[in-house]
Design a protein around this ligand. Structure first.
Ligand SMILES: Nc1nc2c(ncn2[C@@H]2O[C@H](COP(=O)(O)O[C@H]3[C@@H](O)[C@H](n4cnc5c(=O)[nH]c(N)nc54)O[C@@H]3COP(=O)(O)O)[C@@H](O)[C@H]2O)c(=O)[nH]1
Length: 594
């Protein structure tokens, strides 16, 4: 049984024998003292704040509020322990020093926030005040702890209500504005551009009024979820009004056009996601957004300007018939429109068979043709010859790479089957470039198998070229897919080797047959010693892993000689021939020889 802390007793005057008056006085003083003690004990026992007394850290008394604060059941679980047992590691050192100071100086110490470890391991944030007292006639420290957990919860709730939307849990306009101000500062510091997307649901009022607010709310919640899936971790999606959402993109773009391009890609992704059907309370609904984009950098505009511009662009999107994207900046808008038209031309070009394949020879150390690389060409009726560097990245972005890649694979395999029937070319291999999106397609393995079957091409003569950058994520599933294709008899070459995330650990895991030295290392092979070291290392590395090595971009005899001296197995480049249609290859091949 512990006793509540006692106030220091007044000095007793010895009673004078026979002095009845004094005895009476003393008795009444003692009675008053007992009453005061009892009142004091009751006050401490019933105090809402946690109270504890310790001497040199050893706990002598805790009141019921302290037992409750520490998630104990009885005081005996706590009394006798050291205060250090209840101090969080973050605060232990300072708190123990303070406790000692309170003992030594016999004074009271200022309020301080500390974290306590409860008996069940949870943490309580408290405000601690200590003072020295006499307890059972000896110095001790009296501690009062105010539980701040509730205050913390309240603060959290206030913050949540002040900065987040209650329906979707997304940041609200106030928080988005804060973040926009921060993003403007960051964009100035990092010398890059950001973008603000303002998005409004078309005809939302109709759904809300006709179907009721419950349906409207459910739609808004699904919109919020879909928007979050379209952005990166550092971007912010906010609900800023009834059916209005803002998305703040922190791009690393160093030009406005680059930032605009990125914002457009994200906005398109959002438009597409939000246009997919919604199931709300068992019924299907359709909804589309109108989207405005404004690109910003610090100095060029204030946060309210940026918001106004995105707002104006969004109204232009509404005026243009809804379900569309508009930029505030007319030149960006013109670029976006031109790109959309170009994409449409590409779609038409695919339908009208404007895409063809050219082939570039690959030769061995003896200068004999051992195969070719298939390279796509677009001969557009409207744009003339369009280089792959222009249409491949765009096709990757808009998904056209899937039909285009399928066309390339089919045509290359048809050609491979034709060459297999001719004595001069029957040993040739054909390398086909596969883009990341194409390879990631869940049906890719099946597509390859079907194409091989329908064209009758020999899988052992087909080589798929992958690039390093597409192999960094989901290694296990990539390896599994490559193995499934390898099981068909097809081999793999790693394109642009050395320009990406080359790491021995992933190289070892991949079922590769060949490494391709990137042409950027071959270009200055004779003048830049670093490039020569890289090329030599790639050859040695490839061989040590049991792969062959091919160098691309070989333009001169000297480059070829040096690469041969490095023991490179095969070569490709203008020195041997530019990419040409299949019909022109045989003429060209007559000129290549040892
Ligand atoms: N996913 C697909 N990508 C493809 C396809 N077709 C082409 N591409 C990729 O487009 C990029 C540009 O290709 P291209 O303009 O055809 O350039 C290739 C060669 O023409 C060029 N090359 C070859 N030899 C030399 C040389 O001696 N000097 C020099 N300056 N350039 C040369 O190199 C390109 C070959 O690239 P690679 O694929 O890395 O071997 C390019 O990235 C293509 O991959 C396609 O069907 N699908």
């Amino acid at each position: 049984m512990t006793t509540a802390p006692q106030p220091t007793e007044p000095t007793r005057r010895p009673a004078v024998e026979g002095d009845a008056h004094l005895l009476e006085l003393l008795a009444s003083q003692q009675a008053a003292l007992r009453e005061s003690e009892s009142r004091y004990r009751t006050l401490v026992e019933w105090a809402p704040q946690a109270v504890a007394v310790h001497r040199n850290g050893k706990l002598l008394y805790v009141n019921p509020a302290a037992v409750a604060l520490l998630h104990g059941r009885t005081a005996s679980e706590i009394v006798g322990k050291h205060i250090g047992d209840f101090l969080h590691l973050d605060d232990r050192q300072v708190a123990l020093e303070r406790a000692l100071m309170a003992m030594e100086q016999g004074s009271s110490l200022q309020l301080r926030e500390e974290k306590l470890m409860r008996l069940d391991g949870t943490i309580a944030l408290v405000e601690i005040q200590s003072m020295s007292i006499q307890y059972d006639g000896e110095p001790a420290v009296y501690v009062v702890a105010h539980d701040l957990s509730q205050r913390q919860e309240d603060e959290k709730l206030i913050h949540q209500l002040a900065f987040y939307d209650a329906l979707t849990n997304l940041p609200n306009r106030r928080l988005l504005t804060d973040r926009l101000q921060q993003a403007l500062l960051n964009s100035g510091r990092k010398q890059c551009f950001g973008a603000l997307i303002l998005l409004d649901l078309d005809h939302f009022k109709g759904i809300n009024d006709l179907m009721g607010h419950e349906v409207g709310d459910a739609l808004l919640m699904q919109v919020a979820e879909r928007l979050l899936l379209c952005v990166r971790k550092n971007d912010s999606v906010a609900r800023v009004g009834g059916d209005e959402f803002m998305v703040l993109l922190e791009t690393f773009a160093v030009t406005t056009l680059e930032a605009a391009r990125y914002a457009e890609i994200v906005a398109k992704k959002m438009a597409q996601r939000l246009s997919e059907p919604y199931t709300l309370f068992g019924t299907h609904y359709a909804s589309t957004p109108s989207i405005g984009i404004s690109v910003f950098q610090e100095g060029a505009s204030s946060h309210s300007d940026v918001i106004k511009k995105a707002d104006a662009a969004m109204y232009q999107a509404k005026a243009a018939g809804r379900n569309t994207i508009r930029f505030f900046d007319p030149s960006m808008q013109a670029q976006a429109l031109a790109r959309a038209a170009f994409e449409q031309d590409m779609r038409l070009g695919l339908e009208q068979q404007e895409f063809v394949l050219h082939y570039q020879v690959q030769v061995n150390k003896q200068g004999q043709i051992i195969g070719v690389e298939a390279l796509a060409r677009w001969v557009s009726a409207k744009h003339g010859q369009v280089p792959p560097s222009r249409f491949i990245p765009l096709a990757e972005e808009n998904g056209l790479i899937l039909p285009l890649g399928q066309f390339v694979l089919e045509s290359a395999c048809q050609q491979l089957a034709r060459w297999a029937s001719q004595p001069d070319t029957k040993h040739w291999t054909v390398a086909v470039n596969v883009s990341a999106r194409q390879f990631a397609h869940e049906q890719f393995v099946a597509h390859v198998a079907v194409v091989l079957k329908t064209t009758g091409a020999d899988p052992r003569r087909l080589k798929l070229e992958l690039t390093e950058s597409m192999l960094v994520k989901n290694m296990a599933s990539i390896v599994a897919k490559m193995n499934a294709i390898k099981a068909l008899g097809v081999s793999f070459s790693l394109d642009d080797f050395g320009t990406g995330y080359s790491s021995l650990s992933y190289l070892k895991q991949l079922p590769l047959a060949q490494l391709k030295i990137d042409q950027s290392f071959v270009r200055n092979l004779l003048t830049d010693p670093n490039d020569a070291v890289i090329a030599r290392t790639v050859v040695a590395l490839g061989h040590s892993l049991g792969m062959t090595v091919i160098a691309e971009g070989v333009e001169t005899a000297e480059q070829c000689q040096l690469l041969t001296a490095m023991d490179c197995d095969a070569f490709q480049g203008y020195y041997f021939g530019r990419p040409v249609p299949a019909a022109d290859l045989l003429k060209l091949s007559a000129h290549i020889g040892p």
